[in-house]
Every structure is written in C-alpha cells, then in structure tokens.
Ligand binder design. Structure first.
Ligand code: HEM
Length: 470
C-alpha cells in the first residue's frame, strides 16, 4: 500500500510578519500552545521570529521524544544558557560516557535508602517555618515556600553547618546565578542578568571549594550528602575533579529550587480550593502522625501517605511547573508522517497534554483519585504524566521533590487551618509556571481550639486578634 509522502507539520495560524508567534508566546505561552492543539491536534509548529518550534503532544509522541533524546534530538543544543551556567564538559553538555559517569555520582543519593536521611531535615525546616509563622496570620505562597525549599536544599545538600553559616549569603548569590537561565534566546548575550549570574557563579564556586576543603580536612563522623559527594569516586574508581563536584552540587540546588517552590505552591493552592479532598488528606495526616507535631516523621510514615501522593500527581498534571521541555533536531528526520529539519526545536508541552480530553476524563477537574491504581477507572497510561520528564534525562530529584512536597504540605495541614485570600492565577516565566503573586493564605494554628472548617479561619483569626485582609 502506498503511503503519502511526509509533509512539514502544520504552522499555527495568526503569526505576525517577521515576529511570527513571538509576542503571544512571551505573553502567555500556555494559551498559545493550547490554541495550537485546538486548531491542529497533536503536532504543529510555532514560528518565534524565524525559529521554528514543533510541538508534540500525547503519550506516543512523548515516548518518541524521550527515546530519541541524544539521538535524533539533542538536549544540549536546546539549552545554550546551560553552557555558561556550568561548563562544556559537564552533565548534559558532556559526551555521553562522561554524562553517564557524572549521573552515576548523584543517582544513588536519591534512592530510597539514601532518601531516609533527608526526611528529618525536611520536617525540621518546615517546623521552623511553622514556628516563625506563629499562631495566626497570612503568608504569600511563593515568597514563603521558596525560601523554605532553599533552606531544605542547602541543609540537605551542603550540610547543617554550611546552612547555618552561609544560608542567607548563599541564597542571595544563588538567586543571581539562577537568573542566567534563558530558554528562548538562541545565543548567550551579555545582558545585565547574565553578567550578574556569571559573577555569582564565581563566588559560589569559591564558597563551595572552601567547604570541600574544610570537609576533606575534618570529615564528619556520620556522612551526610556533602560528605558523600566529597568522598565519591566515579563508578570506574576515577577521582572526580573538584570543579565537577561543585557543578554537581549547584546543578542539584538549581534544578530543584524554582521547580519545587512552584509545584508545592500549586499542591497547596489546589488542596485549599478543594475542601472535600482536603478533608481526606487531613484524615490521612492525622491517622499517620497522630497527636505528634510531625518532628519525628519517618520515611515509612511519609511513604504511607497515599492520598497525598495522588494529590501531588493531580497538581503535577493540572499545573506542571516545567510546562515545556525542549530539544533541537540534530539531523533531518521523519516522524509520524511529518518532516523535521535539522536545527528546528522540538517541544513537549505537559501543560497541554496533561489536559487532552481523549487521554484524561474530565481533564480540567481536580480528581486526585484518578491516580489510585486500585480503582477500576484509574488513569495511569504510561508516558501520559510527564511533569518530571522521562527517559534517560528524567528528573534526578523526583523522589526528593515528591518527599519534600509531601512533608511540607502534610505538616502545614497538621498545624494550621488555612484558606486562600487571593484568586489563584498561573504566571509563566518562559521556563516554569507557578501561581501568580500575591497568592496569600490566611492561617490559624490548630490544636487546643480543635479543627476549624476552612470557612471559619477568618473568624478564628479575628477572634485571636490577628490582622485579616479581604
Ligand atoms: C517539583 C519539582 C521538580 C520538577 C517539576 C522537576 C522537573 C524536571 C524535569 C521536567 C526534568 C527533565 C528536563 C528535560 O528532560 O528537559 C528534570 C531534570 C532534572 N532535575 Fe528535576 N524537577 C524537580 C525537582 C528537582 C529536584 C529537587 C532536583 C534535585 C535535588 C532535581 C534535579 C534534576 C536534575 C539533576 C535533572 C537533569 C536530569 C538529567 O538530565 O539527567 N529536580 N526535572
């Protein structure tokens, strides 16, 4: 049977002369990507000022994208900024053998057995925040949970002494360093943000090097993550250069910071808007933590919070912070009847595919139970939920991030009654999507007062003399 010749994917309509879809893409990329799907289905192309980006949607295309990464599709050519933030022989930029050697240094540190040591840090840092928040008041999601995520990362990956002594300085420098992330410009340009990022990078490396040397001179009796890294060798027994060690530590903090801060904010915002499921989660948290304050929560208890797992997955589906994944075609090729040209970008868009009607029942509804594998109507098609990516480059920190989000949300629910003050709206930078600020939560300590219904939080806060805004 004759097959029809491959054609270029359809170009999304409505592009302006020269600029193409650049302005609507910058203004609201998710809306543009959704329009692309509605008008063209699962494969279409955008024109960003002459650069062509072909979007692939749906599990079969996702599988193709993950399997062809480092073959037909290049990850390194899609992230020129990474080269400046790190170095040419580092991680995704290194040759495959070197990437695998470096990856093998960090992956064992996120296995279940290693993860157990981070649980106490996650609980301890969350409880410090809870203590600082006090009896009642208001907090804004991102400005409150962002620093908490950074505290957890600094404490987990650099050790408690580093965290206590260097915390605020490290946080400041890290913010400047992260601003070097630039997903849209095809070239590195010396903008102010980029120059600041390079300066911060130099200082961060100096700080980390001095701590590496300090640890070598005086190793801890019980090794933590940092000690493990300082003492690690490649699987073939070779020594890891200090520069690579410093990059690996910065990579973990960088890759896990904005993403986790945004995703945990979505998880909490979704729960606070869905009172029925909030009640299910509160019941689960109190059954597992009992009357304790959660300080001694263990790996087993956190793992047993299955309803919370479903809530994390449902927020990942509805609000994937990494809402686009990008690669560049290394050669001309054909896929699914379409031609792809060398140099064109290829994108996945979880923010769109996670709501495809043929794939998800009631795609816009918040229904965490859809992820319950024991239910007959459970929706767990492989390669359909891709908020943490897939294939070889799947998120190295997925177990860490899920455990962290679980503990933060469980302890906030255990300690506070909460309600949202502001309407929750998404805001997308070009790399990640998180709830727009302000997204304030009014909270009131639970406990002696018993459990307030969500609607009573304002009244209780007023009665306790707390300021209440409207
Ligand atoms: C909710 C939080 C997080 C989300 C949504 C997230 C999402 C992702 C995604 C989508 C990718 C794949 C990117 C691609 O294929 O282009 C990725 C890769 C990665 N993530 Fe995460 N991430 C999160 C947290 C973390 C944390 C906490 C860490 C470290 C502790 C981390 C470390 C990494 C690393 C090292 C990679 C690169 C993997 C590789 O190329 O081999 N992430 N992440």
């Amino acid at each position: 049977m004759a097959t029809s010749p491959a054609t270029l994917p359809p170009m999304l309509g409505g592009g302006a002369p020269l600029l193409g879809h650049l302005l609507p893409f910058f203004r609201d990329p998710v809306r543009l990507l959704r329009r692309g799907y509605e008008e063209n289905g699962g494969v279409f192309t955008l024109n960003l000022g002459g650069r062509h980006l072909t979007v692939l949607l749906g599990p079969d295309h996702h599988r193709f994208f993950f399997e062809e990464t480092n073959k037909l599709l290049s990850i390194r050519d899609s992230m020129p900024f990474f080269l400046k933030m790190f170095s040419p022989d580092f991680y995704s930029f290194a040759e495959m053998d070197e990437y695998l050697r470096q990856r093998a240094v960090i992956m064992p540190r996120f296995k279940a057995t290693a993860m157990k040591q981070y649980v106490g840090i996650m609980a301890g840092e969350t409880l410090s925040l809870i203590e600082r928040l006090g009896e009642c008041g208001e907090f804004d999601l991102i400005p409150t949970l962002g620093p908490l995520v950074m505290d957890i990362a600094a404490h987990s990956f650099m050790g408690s002494e580093f965290h206590e002594k260097m915390g605020p300085e490290f946080f400041e420098l890290f913010r400047d360093f992260s601003a070097g992330m630039e997903f849209v410009l095809p070239l590195w340009l010396p903008t102010r943000a980029q120059i600041r990022s390079q300066r911060a990078k130099k200082k961060l490396h100096l700080i980390l090097q001095s701590w590496i040397e300090k640890r070598r001179a005086a190793p801890l009796a019980t090794a933590d993550f940092f000690q493990g890294m300082v003492e690690a060798r490649y699987p073939d027994g070779g020594a890891i250069p200090d520069e690579i060690l410093r990059h690996l530590i910065l990579l973990l903090v960088w890759a896990g910071h904005e993403t986790t801060a945004g995703q945990v904010s979505w998880v909490l915002a979704d729960i606070l808007q869905n009172h029925d499921y909030q009640a299910v989660l509160r019941a689960e948290v109190s059954a597992i933590l009992g009357a304790t304050d959660g300080r001694d929560i263990g790996w087993e208890q956190a793992t047993a919070m299955r309803q919370m797992d479903f809530a994390l997955r449902e927020s990942e589906r509805l609000h994937p912070v990494a809402f686009m994944l990008s690669r560049k075609a290394s050669v001309d090729f054909e896929h699914d009847g379409f031609k792809f040209r060398k140099g064109d970008f290829v994108l996945l868009a979880p923010a769109v595919s996670h709501r495809m009607p043929g794939l998800w029942k009631d795609p816009d509804a918040y229904q965490p139970e859809r992820f319950n594998p024991e239910r007959e109507d459970s929706q767990t098609v492989s390669n359909s939920l891709i908020g943490f990516g897939g294939g070889m480059h799947r998120c190295a920190g997925v177990n860490f991030a899920r455990m962290e989000m679980k503990i933060v949300v469980a302890l906030l629910l255990q300690h506070f009654d909460m309600e949202l003050i502001d309407e929750v709206r998404p805001v997308s930078g070009v790399a990640t999507m998180w709830p727009a600020q302000p997204c304030r939560v009014r909270y009131q300590k639970r406990g002696a007062r018993g459990t307030a219904g969500a609607a009573d939080v304002g009244a209780l806060a007023r009665a306790a003399g707390c300021p209440v805004s409207h």
